[in-house]
Every structure is written in structure tokens, then in C-alpha cells.
Design a protein around this ligand. Structure first.
Ligand code: HPA
Length: 245
């Protein structure tokens, strides 16, 4: 079976328990990915890990080379991609520390390189994106979260914002009116590029904070770090349940 790739976001620049076999520095025709590919075994299964914001967490969401990241994983022979990403919780159940497996996404980003199908085309390409996440992988994530007994929500619409600043309370009100349940800065164009590349892509969102105006007072980085530590503990347990299948 081809290796599963894990793209780690904020709070997951290292994969606990990864038995590293190779650190592979690669380059693609879209440029360099955010980090070297870390190849190894996690709970006995082959995985390839990529740190979305770089190994030292220095690349902000709007500067991530999403095309290079997805291309690098495709070139490595990956067929399935699990994206781990921090979000702010909008819907009442999405409290800090909880996990969510989104099933829809709305793209509010702008100015990012959105597609592989741009130049030197033989014909124009429009991929279907009705269901933006790979349902087979989503199902496995839901089963793993249930087996691991971690707090999680199996559905939700992810709002992808440009960042790097957090939103205003009025922007979150608008996202809620649009039908969004969580908000993050990296879901797009990552999901769309994975679809263009023919990869089975699903996300595990980790709620880092209540979205703007939904909690008490301003959102602090300390609060985000603390909640992500809890949430990443849950991701670790989910991965352990996911791997032996
Ligand atoms: N908004 C956008 N992205 C985020 C947030 C948020 O509140 N928390 C973590 N990533």
C-alpha cells in the first residue's frame, strides 16, 4: 500500500512516535516544499510527514507553497493525504481542544496560487470539487476517532481565510451566516490542489480557540498553544487508532 502522507500544521511540526528512515530534501517544478519529507514508520505503517509551516514553524499560511507541497507528495508516490490543521471554533460544539473532520469548505482566500492547470495546457481543466474531501479517508478518520475515544465532531464546513491576522467578530458572524462552522487559514488551496493531483485528501481540524467574538476577550497566542497541545494529544491517539488497518 502506498504511504499515507501527513501534513502537519501549527502545533504539529514534529510527529511523535515517527521512526524516521529518511529525511528527503526535494524540489518540484513549482519550487521547494515547506520542509524536507520525513519518511518513516508510525505505529508500524509507512508514512511521509511534511511540516506545512516549515520545520521551525516560520512560514505563515499565505506564504506556504501549497503547489510545491502537494506536488512533492505526489512525486513521492503518495495516494492519500491527511491534513492536520488548527482552526477557530464557530459552531457551539467546536470548543478548544476538540477535533473536527470537515466535510465542506468555503474559500475566502485571495492572491494564492490556486491551481496546477494554468500554463502550457493542452486544454482547459476544471476538476469536480462538489465534495472537497475524500469520503473514504474521512470515514476512516471518524472510525479512528471513535475507537480512540477522543472528543470530535464528524461534520462541519471549514472557512479558509487569508490571514495571517485573525478575523473580526463581524467577519465571524458573516462566516456563520454563510454556513461555516470552523475557520482556518490553510485549508485552501491545499484541498483543491490535492484534488487536481488526484490524491485522496481529508483533514483533521484541531480547535485552537473560539473564533473571534465567540469567547471571552481577545484571542491570545498562549491560549492557542495550550489548546493545541491538548488537541494534538488527541490527534496522536487518533493516529494510533488509524494506523494498524
Ligand atoms: N481563525 C483563523 N485561523 C485560525 C484560527 C482562527 O480563529 N485559530 C487557528 N487558526
Amino acid at each position: 500500500m502506498a504511504a499515507l502522507a501527513i501534513i502537519g500544521g501549527t502545533g504539529l511540526t514534529r510527529l511523535a512516535g515517527l521512526e524516521l528512515t529518511e529525511r528527503r530534501v526535494v524540489h518540484t517544478r513549482w519550487g521547494s516544499p515547506s520542509s524536507a519529507l520525513l519518511l518513516g514508520r508510525l505505529h508500524g505503517r509507512e508514512v511521509i510527514f511534511l511540516a506545512r509551516h516549515g520545520e521551525r514553524h516560520t512560514i505563515p499560511p499565505h506564504r506556504v507553497n501549497y503547489r510545491a507541497n502537494i506536488q512533492a507528495l505526489k512525486d513521492a508516490g503518495v495516494e492519500r493525504v491527511l491534513a492536520v490543521a488548527a482552526v477557530g471554533g464557530i459552531r457551539g460544539d467546536l470548543a478548544p481542544g476538540r477535533l473536527a473532520i470537515p466535510d465542506q469548505i468555503i474559500d475566502y482566500t485571495h492572491g494564492r496560487a490556486q491551481t496546477f492547470f494554468e500554463d502550457d495546457l493542452e486544454e482547459v481543466v476544471h476538476v469536480d470539487f462538489t465534495e472537497p474531501y475524500c469520503e473514504a479517508l474521512r470515514r476512516r478518520l471518524i472510525e479512528a476517532a471513535e475507537a480512540a475515544g477522543v472528543p470530535f465532531s464528524p461534520h462541519g464546513t471549514y472557512a479558509a481565510t487569508e490571514g495571517p491576522r485573525l478575523e473580526t467578530a463581524a467577519e465571524i458572524d458573516r462566516l456563520e451566516r454563510d454556513g461555516c462552522h470552523m475557520v482556518g487559514m490553510t485549508g485552501m488551496p491545499e484541498a483543491a490542489l490535492a484534488r487536481e493531483a488526484g490524491l485522496c485528501y481529508a483533514a483533521c481540524a484541531v480547535v485552537a480557540n473560539w473564533a473571534a467574538g465567540r469567547g471571552e476577550g481577545p484571542i491570545g497566542m498562549d491560549e492557542i498553544r495550550r489548546n493545541l497541545e491538548t488537541g494534538m494529544g488527541h490527534v496522536g491517539r487518533l493516529l494510533e487508532a488509524l494506523m494498524p488497518r
